[in-house]
Write a protein that binds this ligand. Structure first.
Ligand SMILES: [Zn+2]
Ligand SMILES: [Zn+2]
Length: 184
């Protein structure tokens, strides 16, 4: 994870413009915020992804502070849960509820227009909590977005320009597996 600009999103509703899954966009930003704020509160348990993210984005002295807390709180022989993953999971559930509630105020066409580029992991989670009536809209969005990604990947076959299509590869990876660190 590289340090990147934190957007002032208040909820997933602020993260709906641009290509790709809006839940992934919001949650990636939230995750970056948690990692950048890991000096306060300092995590007492950490996973593989977030340990490396802390090492990568903080300067040496700040990262040392975080790791000293982790080293002093770690219980050898016991698997501890990651504080950052726990925060992300909780936030993810409340943002999914907001997206789920948006069905009440939008037609299926509006919903598809705004949330149409949803990734597979988020579509599966949303399916679990959405009213049965709207499951079809979620499935339609997921299938349409898959077809769009397929077309974009096919179009760039044979193009041999350095870096060309990197954005589309990132979106294909996000579609299949969600943003890095959000799913394990
Ligand atoms: Zn997503
Ligand atoms: Zn974690």
């Amino acid at each position: 994870m590289r340090s990147h600009k934190i957007e002032p999103y208040r909820s997933v509703f602020d993260a709906t413009s641009g290509p790709g899954c809006p839940l992934c966009r919001y949650m990636r930003n939230y995750q970056a915020k948690c990692v950048q704020a890991s000096l306060n509160p300092r995590p007492t348990g950490i996973c593989n992804f977030h340990a490396w993210a802390i090492a990568a984005i903080h300067d040496r002295l700040d990262a040392s502070q975080v790791f000293m807390t982790l080293l002093s709180s770690v219980s050898l022989g016991i698997i501890t849960s990651c504080d950052i993953c726990t925060r992300i999971e909780k936030e993810g559930v409340s943002q999914l509820r907001l997206v789920c509630n948006s069905f009440k105020t939008m037609t299926a066409a509006q919903w598809l227009h705004i949330y149409g580029e949803i990734c597979i992991p988020h579509s599966l989670e949303l399916r679990k909590i959405a009213p049965a009536l709207h499951v079809h809209t979620i499935d339609k969005a997921t299938a349409q977005y898959r077809d769009k990604l397929m077309r974009s990947l096919q179009e760039q076959q044979g193009m041999d320009i350095e870096g060309a299509g990197w954005g589309i590869l990132g979106h294909a990876a996000e579609f299949l597996a969600g943003q890095r660190g959000l799913y394990r």
